[in-house]
Design a protein around this ligand. Structure first.
Ligand SMILES: [Zn+2]
Length: 187
């Protein structure tokens, strides 16, 4: 498994399917509570050490801080203070935004695995070579499209529900609702 690409990419490994399932469960729970369906788990040596789910999107509330990844990273210090960040993998059901990807880089997390691409605000494809030295030296590797279809279905449910106003009518909503799922292979 040799990293390649600008930020480093890596093929999926067998445990990715399992741990993304845990992130999807957290995302589904968020959806049931009227929140944007993003779930996240952090693993160390094939063990979940922290989880997080999106809050701050339901019931007319909106904040852009309580993303699933940030909430999981906040718990990391309590759960596994001695963990080597390079040995950590972050699983999230949606591609991390710039804020979350920035936090992931600052932590120097070894690997990120996401399910559904964020065509509107995804941050993992930014060219680190153009950023200041701290970020330029990061070697976080990224894998996408792991259990993509299942995550996509959660976002379709979210955007199809008229009671959900978060990102309604946005580029992400339109892209998501236009995605076909019937013929897709379930990764
Ligand atoms: Zn984010």
């Amino acid at each position: 498994m040799k990293p390649s690409g600008i930020n480093g990419t890596i093929r999926r490994v067998p445990q990715d399917i399992h741990f993304m399932g845990r992130a999807l469960a957290a995302a589904e729970k968020a959806l049931e509570q009227g929140e944007f369906p993003v779930g996240c788990v952090l693993t160390c040596e094939n063990r979940v050490v922290a989880t997080g789910a999106r809050t701050g999107t339901g019931g007319g509330e909106r904040n852009e801080v309580d993303h699933a990844e940030i909430r999981a990273l906040r718990r990391l210090a309590d759960a596994a203070p001695a963990a080597d960040p390079r040995g950590l993998t972050l699983y999230t059901t949606m591609e991390p935004c710039l804020m979350c990807f920035g936090a992931i880089l600052l932590y120097n997390i070894g690997r990120v695995v996401f399910a559904y691409e964020d065509v509107m605000g995804g941050g993992t494809r930014c060219d680190l070579r153009r950023l200041p030295p701290l970020y330029r030296s990061c070697r976080t590797v990224v894998t996408g499209a792991v259990r993509r279809r299942e995550s996509l279905l959660l976002f379709k449910r979210f955007f199809s529900d008229p009671s959900n106003g978060y990102w309604r009518g946005s580029r992400l909503a339109e892209y998501t609702l236009a995605q076909k799922t019937d013929h897709l292979i379930n990764h």
